[in-house]
Design a protein around this ligand. Structure first.
Ligand code: ASP
Length: 591
């Protein structure tokens, strides 16, 4: 070993010992008579000390030739520091240098390698290997490591086998586009990279593996969205001879185990919410239940035969709306006109697309003031306030329009108000299961049905008859785990009978031939004794970022891609040369 200790290790108990440390020069302070160097490695920072009058000239010359990020080896005796630094664990000691060696010089880094760096996002991505030297980024990856170890421990104690599935496969439809790899040995043919190991894990169940898991890279060629990575990692799992309840218990267990062992937190039993209720009360299928602020309908769509407390008063916007729905923001009645206008503008941005925002202020004196006073008198507004269970000081914010659109927009507003009211504390974790997703959703553009989860998801047995009559009403044995408004995992009980799977492909618009060509292997396997099975997959990067209390998943990936799907460090994707193209039987450009 080139060193006796790490730069995070030495304490007052080491005083008097001669030690050798290796690492990078973080800072140099040269006061002439006295000189200090902060030496950094993965484990911490240790202060090195030189007193000019007592130090050999060679050492002094070497010390004065150092630059930031030089790699050095320093030997000396551990001393107690005169002025201690209680911000770092090694802050009580320093090393009086008796030997100093430059192991490698370094160019001046393009940004400072400290917790608060002066480097912008782009430059740090280009020099990711330098960014990874910074403690916050390194700590994120340490957390990821710990999470992976704990996942493996838990899954092992539960009898799951970790099995690797191939990366060069054939297209698996999960709703995204595949990345494809041309095959040199099979001209004109392509592999696809897995969007998930879905079909393989189901085949492992047919093989009798009973309980499978894998921490696995998945690839999806999706359009750019903030904080999406084209390659990401899942904790992928599958079990046989189970009910949905078994899956919920097993993986609630996993998440509780992770919170306990990684963060020291005890998580209560996860509440369960039906998809239909999530949409009704929160306008989305991944509600953030760290706070209430549930939706209240003043007018429900006609088919729901709900109440209507808005129509017939001359306000055509509400008269013509399918839905009028709102939230009550606690203690916000004091919002000024300007604040409400600003909020309205925020809702009108194209990302949200609301046409307007109606408000009712529940004033401290008990009166109600609204932006629609012209149409609704005080008595009428009182009915609204009662329905909202609003109290003095609350502000009702109301949207109207097409049911799904209004709910989606209100969901954004709810989250925004939650943030503004400080109700979304990162250290407070609210987990839940969302259950009973619809099996299918209708794609207006393509004018056909799509699997909401994926084509292998089983309908609820009691809804199977509806496959003949009302596809939109069929519920699936599908579930998502949601933490703080983020979908961290999702899965389903699978179809395991050939006929039902074939029927499902038919509903999704596959001809028998296409289904056979793409999924013949799975349907054939179902004829050789497929057990009932089901599973789930967690987004591992996202789970890590939630545990780390950071919004972006990038810091939890050692070498992430940017928002354009590029690795700017290695400059990929890149063109390949003509010879390679030719080998791959891909049309070669004429010179
Ligand atoms: N393969 C699914 C996904 O990636 C998860 C599952 O159904 O187990 O979302």
């Amino acid at each position: 070993m080139l060193r006796t200790h790490t730069a995070g290790e030495l304490r007052t108990t080491h005083i008097g010992q001669t030690v050798t440390l290796c690492g990078w020069v973080q800072t140099i302070r040269d006061k002439g008579a006295l000189l200090w160097i902060d030496l950094r490695d993965r484990y911490g920072v240790t202060q090195l000390f030189i007193e000019e009058s007592k130090t050999d000239k060679n050492i002094l010359d070497t010390a004065r030739s150092l630059g930031r990020e030089f790699v050095i080896s320093a030997t000396g005796v551990v001393h107690e520091r005169q002025s201690k630094n209680d911000k770092i664990p090694t802050g009580e000691i320093e090393i009086y240098i008796s030997k100093l060696e430059i192991l490698n010089a370094a160019k001046l880094p393009p940004f400072t390698i400290e917790d608060n760096t002066d480097g912008g996002e782009d430059i740090r991505m280009k020099y990711r290997y330098l960014d990874l030297r910074r403690a916050p980024v390194r700590k994120s990856l340490e957390l990821r490591h710990k999470m992976a170890q704990e996942v493996r421990k838990y899954m092992d104690t539960q009898g799951f086998l970790e099995v690797e599935t191939p990366v060069l496969i054939k297209s698996t439809p999960e709703g995204a586009r595949d990345f494809v790899v041309p095959s040199r040995m099979n001209p004109g043919e392509f592999y696809a990279l897995p969007q998930s190991p879905q079909t393989f894990k189901q085949l492992l169940m047919v093989s009798g593996f009973d309980r499978y898991f894998q921490i696995v890279k998945c690839f999806r060629d999706e359009d750019l969205r903030a904080d999406r990575q084209p390659e990401f990692t899942q904790i992928d799992c599958e079990m046989s001879f189970i009910t949905q309840e078994d899956i919920l218990q097993t993986f609630e267990g996993l998440v509780k185990y992770l919170f306990k062992n990684v963060k020291g937190l005890d998580i209560a039993t996860l509440p369960r919410m039906m998809y239909a209720d999530a949409m009704k009360y929160y306008g989305c299928d991944k509600p953030d239940i760290r706070f209430e602020m549930k939706f209240v309908e003043l007018k429900a769509p006609a088919q729901d035969q709900g109440i209507d407390l808005v129509s017939g008063k001359g306000f055509s916007v509400f008269d013509n709306a399918e839905t009028v729905v709102g939230i009550s923001a606690k203690g916000c009645a004091g919002y000024t006109r300007k604040q409400i206008d600003e909020l309205t503008e925020w809702m009108k941005r194209p990302q949200i697309g609301a046409k307007g925002l109606i408000y009712v202020r529940c004033e401290e004196d008990g009166s109600l003031k609204s932006s629609v006073d012209k149409f609704y008198d005080a008595e009428h507004l009182k009915l609204w306030a009662q329905l909202f269970k609003a109290e003095k000081g609350d502000l009702l914010l109301i949207l109207s329009g097409d049911d799904m659109k209004a709910r989606k927009q209100l969901s954004e507003l709810r989250l925004e108000m939650g943030t503004r009211l400080g109700l979304r504390d990162k250290d407070n974790y609210a987990c839940l299961w969302v259950l009973d997703f619809p099996l299918l959703e209708f794609g207006e553009e393509e004018s056909r049905w799509f699997a909401m989860h994926h084509p292998f998801t089983s309908p609820k047995p009691e809804d199977i008859a509806l496959l003949e009559t009302d596809l939109g009403a069929v519920r699936a044995n599908a579930y998502d785990m949601v933490i703080n408004g983020v979908e961290v995992g999702g899965g389903s009980i699978r179809i395991f009978q050939r006929e039902l799977q074939a029927k499902m492909f038919g509903i999704l618009g596959f001809s028998d031939q296409e289904a056979k060509k793409q999924f013949g292997f799975l349907m054939d396997a179902f004829e050789y004794g497929a057990p009932p099975h089901g599973g789930i997959a967690f987004g591992f990067d996202r789970l890590c970022s939630l545990f780390g209390g950071v919004d972006s998943i990038r810091d939890f990936i050692a070498f992430p891609k940017n928002n354009a799907g590029r690795d700017v460090m290695i400059d990929s994707p890149a063109s390949i040369d003509q010879k390679q193209l030719k080998e791959l039987h891909i049309a070669v450009k004429a010179d």
